[in-house]
Design a binder for this molecule. Structure first.
Ligand SMILES: Nc1ncnc2c1ncn2[C@@H]1O[C@H](COP(=O)(O)OP(=O)(O)OP(=O)(O)O)[C@@H](O)[C@H]1O
Ligand SMILES: O=P(O)(O)OC[C@H]1O[C@H](OP(=O)(O)OP(=O)(O)O)[C@H](O)[C@@H]1O
Length: 215
């Protein structure tokens, strides 16, 4: 039997993903060793391999088949646009992609003005402004602390993730429009989906049953 390989996004989603897999009896003891510099972890008994990667790299590993299955935020799936099957909403990591800014920026949206939009998600921002709002804008890619942009005058608005809203509030900004809801999703390589359909289907059925029980 060949190994089934999982790519998990580092950071916020990793812990809950591992906890969920553990509830299905899929454990990887080695992965819990915080001092280890090892990148790939193996469960010999179940013939499974796991690795942690930067979120945006997860769909890349899955598209190329270097991982059969991945767990990543919906934002990353939309932004990366990779050829993968999105098969399950895990229901955690819930947040929203929003257009945010100071209250005064509402008028730029109402009048569809040529404004600057700072974001870590240029593809999502472009799709939203051009295809949904039909508004021409200049998109500026940033890599973090996006809320700074309208404060220091880099852009009129931002497109960013909002969870509790406290980052916005503490910086005098607000949600101006909601782009889409987000949560952690399971993605699968299209070829693996056919070649390993039995094992993958069983895993998905077990995950769905577990999630229903938790709902
Ligand atoms: N408050 C939040 N901020 C950012 N992402 C969140 C939040 N709540 C849930 N998420 C989800 O968690 C995923 C992973 O977020 P995390 O910040 O760990 O990774 P990242 O954005 O790639 O971070 P970094 O750039 O710091 O490595 C996001 O893609 C998103 O789907
Ligand atoms: O609505 P809230 O609960 O305040 O969460 C939203 C904030 O969290 C994320 O930033 P993150 O902590 O990932 O840091 P970053 O801005 O450097 O990416 C996101 O980009 C927002 O800034």
């Amino acid at each position: 039997m060949r190994y089934l390989t999982f790519a998990l996004g580092k950071g916020r989603l990793a812990k809950q993903t591992l906890e969920l897999l553990e509830q299905l009896g899929i454990t990887c003891e080695e992965m819990k060793d915080k001092n280890s510099r090892k990148l790939i972890f193996v469960n010999e008994e179940l013939k499974l391999r796991f690795f942690l990667a930067k979120g945006p790299d997860v769909p890349t590993y899955v598209e190329y088949g270097a991982a059969d299955i991945g767990v990543v935020g919906k934002d990353t799936i939309l932004e990366e646009g990779r050829k993968v099957h999105e098969v399950l909403d895990l229901g955690f990591g819930k947040c929203k992609m929003c257009v945010c800014g100071p209250a005064e920026a509402k008028k730029y949206l109402e009048h569809r003005e040529l404004i600057r939009v700072a974001t870590k998600y240029p593809a999502i921002a472009k799709d939203y402004f051009y295809n949904t709002r039909h508004q021409t804008v200049e998109i500026i890619k940033l890599n973090g602390s996006i809320e700074l942009a309208p404060i220091v005058g880099l852009s009129e608005v931002i497109v960013d993730i909002v969870e509790t809203g406290s980052t916005l509030k503490e910086n005098g900004l607000e949600v101006l429009e909601e782009v889409c809801p987000l949560s952690a999703r399971v993605i699968v390589n299209p070829v693996s989906m056919r070649l390993e359909s039995e094992r993958i289907k069983e895993l998905l059925i077990n995950l769905r049953t577990l999630l229903k029980g938790e709902a």
